[in-house]
Ligand binder design. Sequence first.
Ligand code: PAF
Length: 283
Amino acid sequence: MQTVTTLGVLRNSVGALREDGGTVALVPTMGALHEGHLTLIRTARDRADHVVASIFVNPRQFGPSEDLDAYPRQLERDSGLLAAEGVALLWAPQPDEVYPEGYATNVSVAGVSEGLCGGDRPRHFDGVATVVCKLFNQVRPDMAFFGEKDWQQLAVIRRMARDLDLTMPHVDAIHGVPIVREADGVAMSSRNAYLSPEQRAAAAALPTAMRDAVDLLQDGGGADRALGNLRDALRTAGFDTVDYAELRDGDSLVPLDRLAPGARLFVAARIGGTRLIDNMAAG
Ligand code: PAF
């Protein structure tokens, strides 16, 4: 695996990968890789001839009070994992390579960026859309892979790619890959590393409460009752706050007050200083 940190070398190296006419998949990450990321890489490797992974802790998607400095940076360990998975190229630029002096452009996606994680993380999805737009332009992949754990992020990226005509040769070019869960159901996330053993044990209440809410909705219980029970279960389990617990349409992200085909449950809740998010099909 070749590791590249400058744009000029990246262009040459991706060009060299394309010389045999094979397809190139991009898997964007912020590093601190876990099994969820490796599942994205394996899915990409099954679909494309060459996999390019990026590791870039994108400052523009962190709010002023968020964990940019504390975000785990483990390039050596991560590159070993990527090489072992057969990644051809690692794109690992420094912030000033991505946002050089004078950088002034922002990509903002209305609608799907609003509410849920966009509600209490203003400008977060502008940061995501901006960096992903740049990554697509830098690597020019045939297809790209993102985890469904960040379902709203995936909706923002799909909307942005459609709206800005970021066409890729593959019709279904932006792939969502299902959430990878630990044995107790907790969705894998780099932020799980911040949890103490007690908080980690309590975190299992999140997928359980969500599954219970989905069961209640499917048994005809209303959304208010199902979401109220879910909030109570999380507080009882030791979560400090529930930032949101909502039923929305999985494609448009329009809020729903009752179960409908394509409905999805979205939750963000805090335990200690750590914010966990999850989502689940409901309809
Ligand atoms: O999901 C992530 O890790 C990031 O939001 C992404 C898509 C790599 C953009 O920085």
